[in-house]
Design a protein around this ligand. Structure first.
Ligand SMILES: [Zn+2]
Length: 403
């Protein structure tokens, strides 16, 4: 965690925003300005402070208090504000937090930056979580003037070639496996599925657009053309290679873990192709007679594939960018931990009083996970409120079994 966030003994966090002004944000899609820098710093800090820790934001200007407290509704519903996308992201983060967040105008230390190399580049996740925000603005807060301006400023973006190609691959792979052709709209909607965690949704969205710097991206970068090749296999690197072909530790192991856990409940693990991975939130499994969709089985497939591909990407980055190597045991433990986090997320989301329309039905969660839990026979029929007994789907040793 950055030095600009201090967590005290009583488990409260103080965020000194002026300490963040030396950061430059790689994914901040707004015009650079002092306010944009404050917002970027706040978003970065919120992504580093645990949701359950109360936080006090010390800001060198009253701007943040105005945006997020006193005039929040005005800012939240003004898409013409140059910082609108990042404001929506921060509001989603604030709503996701279970502890309080206070804004205070604090002392400004001033900046001591002498040249551009003093700036530290960091990545921001600027996609708002759809579970904690609403797309667009409230209709009753708009005006004729605002809507006219919005229409005038709308730009038509031409589709990228790679995006069209990936949409087609997804469509055909889904049809090969599940016997239906999803439309573009259905595919995009599936990438917003709340069965997939927020970061993984963003990752899949970027995969569909091929925005990651892999393979041919490096062909035209002098002195860095070697980065176009997988360092392990010495072949041109693509997302498909990383996901399904690479010989580096992780790829084969992770998919074999998926198949093994799948076979505890179901017969045939679908043969994966890149298009099917992109369309992992579009499965259609039917009962033996074909009369009923098996929603629990579909969710389980979506969760398994989305978590696995995202973990593979993270392992690849650690290997290629940071030079870290992992053993197969570490891969298994990382995978198990990610799957258990999804299970806990599901359990928490069954709390209807807390999450309302965003909550998941107990029945759906039970249908998704029953059959793969450790010591499941000893658990109550409704184990969604049980604590502690559900964290081991898979042993962390080499033993195979449900526990
Ligand atoms: Zn490789």
């Amino acid at each position: 965690m950055s030095a600009a966030v201090s967590v005290e003994k009583d488990l409260s966090a103080t965020i000194l925003l002026d300490d963040y002004l030396h950061l430059s944000f790689l994914d901040l899609d707004v015009e650079p300005s002092f306010h944009a820098a404050l917002l970027g710093g706040l978003l970065y800090a919120l992504q580093n402070v645990p949701h359950s820790v109360p936080a006090t934001v010390l800001c060198p200007a009253a701007y943040l208090g105005s945006v997020f407290v006193t005039n929040r509704s005005a800012y939240e519903n003004n898409p013409l504000d140059p910082n609108f996308p990042i404001i929506k992201s921060i509001i989603a983060h604030l709503q996701e937090r279970s502890a309080t967040t206070r804004f205070k105008v604090g002392k400004f230390n001033g900046l001591h930056i002498t040249n551009s190399s003093d700036y530290l580049s960091v990545s921001l996740d600027t996609q708002p979580d759809l579970m904690f925000t609403s797309p667009g603005i409230l209709l009753n807060t708009g005006s004729q003037r605002l809507f006219t301006k919005m229409i005038v400023t709308l730009k038509r973006h031409s589709s990228r070639k790679s995006t069209i190609s990936n949409l087609d691959r997804t469509r055909h792979c889904v049809n090969d496996e599940f016997d239906f052709y999803p439309s573009d709209k259905t595919i995009w909607k599936s990438l917003r599925s709340t069965d997939i965690s927020r970061l993984t949704r963003n990752f899949l969205w970027k995969c569909m657009h091929e925005t990651f710097h892999v393979g041919t991206f490096w062909d035209n970068v002098p002195d860095l053309r070697h980065l176009a090749y997988c360092p392990t296999c010495a072949v041109p690197e693509t997302m498909e290679h990383i996901a399904l072909e690479c010989d580096a530790p992780g790829q084969k192991r992770i998919w074999s873990l998926c198949e093994r856990i799948w076979n505890l409940r179901f017969r045939q693990w679908p043969k994966l192709h890149w298009g099917l991975i992109l369309g992992c939130a579009l499965p259609r499994f039917r009962s033996t007679r074909g009369t009923r969709r098996l929603r629990g089985k579909e969710r389980f497939f979506t969760i398994l594939v989305s978590i696995s591909i995202h973990l593979l990407w993270k392992l690849r980055n650690e290997r290629v960018l940071e030079g870290k190597s992992v053993t197969n045991i570490e891969v298994e433990n990382r995978w198990l931990s990610a799957i258990n986090s999804a299970l806990r997320r599901d359990q928490i989301l069954t709390n209807k009083a807390r999450f309302g329309s965003l909550s998941k039905s107990k029945q759906m969660v039970l249908e998704t996970w029953s059959g793969v839990l450790q010591n499941e026979d000893a658990l109550p029929d409704d184990w969604t409120r049980s604590k502690g007994g559900l964290v081991g789907i898979w042993p962390t040793t080499r033993r195979i079994g449900v526990g």
